[in-house]
Design a protein around this ligand. Structure first.
Ligand code: UDX
Length: 429
C-alpha cells in the first residue's frame, strides 16, 4: 500500500519506518528542511531504540523516503497520515493550527480519492473539522475519507509498541475506508476496533488520562506508606496482581512528565470544560503530580538543610528511561528547583545530555555516571534508567562528603543501602 506520513516527529518517523518494515511503500514528509536533509543523509533527529537500523534498512530497500513536499507525498499515496505536533496553548487547550494547515495543503494537492488519517493526538471533533476543511479547500472536487487512528506508542519503546500494538483504533464517518485501513494493519496482527470518529478521538485522551491517574493514585498511596512505614512497592504489587487493576503504571516516584501526559491531561480537562463538564478528578491528578515534586524537594531540603553552596549529583535528565527526550521532564524540573535553592549540580544521563544542555546550561555535565559523586554532598536519582542500578556505590561513598542518596525512582533497596552506610531516602518506602 502506498502511504504518506506528514510530520517526522516521534510518532511520524517511527510509524513510517514500521509501515515500511511490513512492506508498505512510505513517503515521509516534513517542512523542516534541515531534518529532512539529515534523514536523507542517514542521520537521526531522535534517539529511539532500534529505529535507526529500521530506517536505514527500509531506505536501502526503496520502501521509505523523505521529502519536504506534501504534494509529492500526496500524489504518490492512497492514504495520507497526519502526524504533526498538537502543542498546548497557554490556557491548556490544544493548538490545532498545524493540523488545520496540513489539511488545507492536502486538500490543495489532491487529484484523486484519498484516505486522510489523523494520527496526532487531538480533541474530540477534530476529525469532523478536518473533513470540513478538506471539503472547503479541495480544488479538484475529488472524493476523500477522514479517519481517526490514534497512536499509543511510548517513547523509548516506540518500535516495539508499533510492531506489537495492544490494539488498533480506527474511527470512521462511513464504512468506505475500513478495508484500506484493515489492509494497512493486517501485518501487525493486532485486534482492530472500528468505531465512529468521535469515539476514536476520545479513546486516546481517555486512555492517557487514565494512565496518568494510575500514577497519581500510587503516588498518593506513597504518602500513606511513608506515614505508616509501609512499602509502596509491596502495596502496588498486591494491588496489581488483581488483573482488573494490572501491575503497570503503579510505580511511585517524582511524578509523570514527558510531552504527552501533562499536555493531554490539560487538554482533556479543557475539552471537558468546553463540553460543559468540570473534570475535577483529572484536576486532582494534576495536583497530586505537582505536589509529588514539592514533597521530594522538601525531603532533600529537610535532610541537607541549606542547599546554597552544596554540590548535588543528579543521575537522570530524561523524562523517563530509554529516551533522550527532556520535554516536561520531572528530572529537569527537579534540577531547576535545586538550582533555585542555590545548589551546584553535577549531572549525568545516558542519552539526554545533549538535549538537556540546551535547557539546563547551569549544570556541570559528567560523561561517566560513576564520576558524578565526586565532591558531592548528596546524590539524587531522577530518572528510572536501569543502568543506574549498576552505579559503583562503594566508589561514590568514598568520594562524597557524606553518603546521602535521594532516590526519586526507587531503584535501590532501602535495607541494603543502610547496610552499606548510606542515608537513603526514596518514595513511599
Ligand atoms: C505515554 C503513553 O504511555 C503512551 O501510550 C502515549 O501514546 C503517549 O504518552 P510516554 O509519554 O512515552 O507515553 O511515556 P510513559 O512511559 O507513559 O511515561 C510517562 C511518564 O510517567 C514518565 O515521566 C514516567 O517516568 C512516568 N511514570 C510511568 C511513572 O512515574 N510511574 C509509572 O508507573 C509509569
Amino acid at each position: 500500500m502506498k502511504l504518506c506520513i506528514i510530520g517526522t516527529g516521534y510518532v511520524g518517523l517511527t510509524t513510517g519506518a514500521c509501515f515500511a518494515e511490513v512492506g508498505h511503500d512510505v513517503t515521509c514528509v516534513d517542512n523542516d528542511e534541515a531534518k529532512v536533509a539529515l534523514l536523507q543523509a542517514g542521520g537521526m533527529p531522535i534517539y529511539e531504540p532500534g529505529l535507526e537500523e529500521l530506517v536505514h534498512k527500509n531506505v536501502a530497500a526503496g520502501r521509505l523516503r523523505f521529502t519536504t513536499s506534501i504534494a509529492e507525498g500526496v500524489e504518490r499515496s492512497l492514504v495520507v497520515f497526519i502526524a504533526v505536533p498538537t502543542p498546548p496553548l497557554p490556557d491548556g487547550s490544544v493548538d490545532l493550527s498545524y493540523i488545520e494547515k496540513v489539511a488545507r495543503e492536502i486538500a490543495g494537492c489532491m487529484t484523486s480519492y484519498k484516505v486522510v488519517v489523523d494520527k496526532s493526538t487531538v480533541p474530540v471533533r477534530t476529525g469532523e473539522k478536518v473533513a470540513e476543511t478538506i471539503r472547503r479547500y479541495c480544488r479538484a472536487r475529488v472524493d476523500f475519507d477522514v479517519v481517526s487512528n490514534p497512536e499509543f506508542l511510548r517513547e523509548g519503546y516506540a518500535v516495539e509498541d508499533l510492531m506489537h500494538p495492544d490494539r488498533i483504533v480506527i474511527g470512521v464517518q462511513s464504512p468506505r475506508p475500513v478495508p484500506v485501513m484493515r489492509e494497512i494493519y493486517e501485518p501487525f496482527r493486532a485486534p482492530i476496533i472500528v468505531t465512529d470518529l468521535n469515539s476514536a478521538e476520545l479513546i486516546k485522551h481517555a486512555s492517557n488520562s487514565f494512565l496518568a491517574l494510575k500514577i497519581s493514585y500510587i503516588n498518593a498511596i506513597s504518602i500513606l506508606c511513608e506515614a505508616t512505614g509501609a512499602n509502596v512497592q509491596e502495596v502496588a504489587l498486591g494491588m496489581g496482581m488483581d488483573h482488573r487493576i494490572g501491575r503497570e503504571f503503579l510505580q511511585a516516584g517524582i511524578g509523570f512528565g514527558g510531552s504527552c501526559f501533562p499536555k493531554d491531561l490539560s487538554a482533556f480537562i479543557k475539552i471537558a470544560e468546553q463540553l460543559g463538564y468540570d473534570f475535577r478528578l483529572l484536576k486532582e491528578v494534576q495536583r497530586i503530580n505537582a505536589e509529588q515534586m514539592d514533597r521530594f524537594v522538601k525531603k532533600i531540603t529537610d535532610t541537607l538543610w541549606v542547599l546554597k553552596d552544596k554540590t548535588i549529583g543528579v543521575l537522570g535528565l530524561a523524562f523517563k528511561q530509554n529516551t533522550d527526550d527532556v520535554r516536561m521532564s520531572p528530572a529537569i524540573e527537579l534540577c531547576r528547583r535545586l538550582l533555585k535553592e542555590g545548589a551546584r549540580l553535577r549531572v549525568h544521563d545516558p542519552k539526554a545530555m545533549p538535549k538537556a544542555r540546551a535547557v539546563l546550561p547551569e549544570a556541570t555535565y559528567i560523561e561517566d555516571m560513576n564520576d558524578v559523586a565526586e565532591g558531592c554532598d548528596a546524590l539524587v536519582i531522577a530518572t528510572e534508567w536501569e543502568i543506574f542500578k549498576k552505579l559503583d556505590l562503594e566508589r561514590a561513598r568514598r568520594v562524597m562528603t557524606h553518603p546521602i542518596m535521594f532516590d526519586g525512582r526507587n531503584l535501590f533497596d532501602p535495607r541494603e543501602m543502610e547496610r552499606l552506610g548510606w542515608i537513603y531516602k526514596s518514595v513511599g518506602r
